[in-house]
Design a protein around this ligand. Structure first.
Ligand code: MG
Length: 395
């Protein structure tokens, strides 16, 4: 029995994680569920797993007694106490969306829990800190983002060549020509710039291959998600940015590839279903039996094309950010998060997301990556977005 804590249990990643656990009831025991505001679903989970503790991280008044922890502090305390209970090795699945996932990740690493990481912001914002701490505490960071899960599996499968395939500790860069991240291209791949200027949130939310939360779906449409994933790969696998490539692959079957210096490319293929990378992380370092539909390779033609960097400027911007390092990734992430939510609220147009992020990045984001500096930069970048929005849309 592996003991599991699920953060963001009522969101898209959380639900998929629970699917895997329900299919493998003899392998996993959930001991903690957290949600942000969905107390109702959290209470349901409490009924299904009466031994699990429940944490509601949003600001809640009069939380029901069955919910053991509330607020941000409550969630961090829950993580700490869950590590100390039972004596078993706890695996934390962090499926929290956005910057809010960083503190819980660091808290889990601090108390020595392995981290199945779907929250890419942890690595984008403070990967330097998280990976260093994880090494000190002997903690595994197992990527759940489908592309990084694919790369992680490919590197582990070639561990004899790339040495130690533990996050950020690879020494892989010299043996690898490149990591090739695939991108679905999102729902707007075929639109012209004129059409892009007029798209509405509901158009972006209709993703062709992946079913995900609202924020990541907007990021997928703007390719900011791929930008964040480039930065994530650079930090997680200790790769120089020019060795991390992106190729558009609309069928989302090849989840990523690695190319060795001899030119051979290895790929990981499976259905576009987040339960697969989640299952891989839950069973790590072993392999689980397939719990869901297998991919039928005669069912689909696979296509690959170069991304259109003119139409989707958030992707080339991410490369600039990945090269600059320091607090630039924090600013990119925070500015994009705010701009994407302004778009979701229909306060700015789709193309304004990239304009705003680019303007925010023109400021100075140099400095050492410490937890305090990360939050300071995060706050500053968000207030920059609102200054810019007020300037741009003053009339
Ligand atoms: Mg991904």
């Amino acid at each position: 029995m592996k003991v599991i804590a699920i953060l963001g249990a009522t969101g898209s990643i959380g639900k998929s994680t629970l699917d895997v656990i329900r299919k493998n009831p003899d392998c996993f025991e959930p001991v903690l569920f957290s949600a942000y505001t969905d107390g109702e679903s959290l209470l349901q989970l409490g009924k299904e797993y009466p031994n699990a503790r429940l944490a509601l991280a949003g600001n809640v008044e009069n939380a029901p007694e069955a919910i053991h922890y509330t607020g941000r502090e409550g969630l961090l305390r829950a993580i700490k106490e869950c590590a100390q209970s039972g004596g078993a090795h706890v695996l934390v699945v962090n499926g929290i969306a956005g910057a809010a996932g960083l503190e819980p990740s660091l808290a889990a690493i601090d108390v020595g829990m392995d981290l199945a990481l779907a929250n890419k912001e942890t690595i984008v914002m403070a990967g330097e800190v998280a990976i260093r701490k994880a090494r000190e505490k002997n903690v595994n960071i197992i990527p759940v983002d489908s592309e990084h899960s694919a790369v992680f599996q490919l590197l582990r499968a070639h561990a004899d060549i790339v040495d130690d395939a533990i996050s950020g500790n690879l020494g892989a860069a010299e043996k690898l020509d490149s990591i090739i991240l695939t991108a679905s291209g999102g729902p707007f791949r075929a639109l012209s710039s004129e059409q892009l200027a007029r798209v509405k949130p509901k158009d972006a939310l209709a993703h062709p291959t992946w079913k995900m939360g609202a924020k990541i779906t907007i990021d997928s449409a703007s390719m900011a998600n791929k930008g964040l994933e480039v930065i994530e790969a650079v930090k997680l696998f200790a790769m120089p940015p020019d060795k991390v490539k992106v190729v558009v692959h609309p069928q989302s079957v090849v989840h990523s590839m690695i190319r060795f210096v001899d030119g051979s490319i290895y790929a990981q293929l499976s259905k576009p279903d987040m339960r697969r990378p989640i299952q891989d992380a839950l069973f790590f370092p072993n392999k689980g039996m397939v719990s869901f539909d297998n991919f039928d390779m005669t069912s689909v033609m696979l296509e690959f094309e170069a991304p259109d960097e003119k139409k989707f400027p958030l992707l080339p911007l991410a490369y600039r950010v990945a090269k600059a390092r320091a607090l630039y990734p924090v600013a990119y992430n925070a500015a994009n998060e705010e701009a994407a939510s302004l778009f979701l609220e229909e306060k700015i147009g789709f193309l304004d997301i990239a304009h705003i992020v680019e303007s925010v990045l023109q400021r100075d984001w140099t400095g050492a990556v410490t937890v305090d500096a990360v939050w300071e930069a995060d706050r500053k970048a968000r207030s920059c977005v609102y200054e810019l929005k007020n300037l741009l849309f003053a009339s």
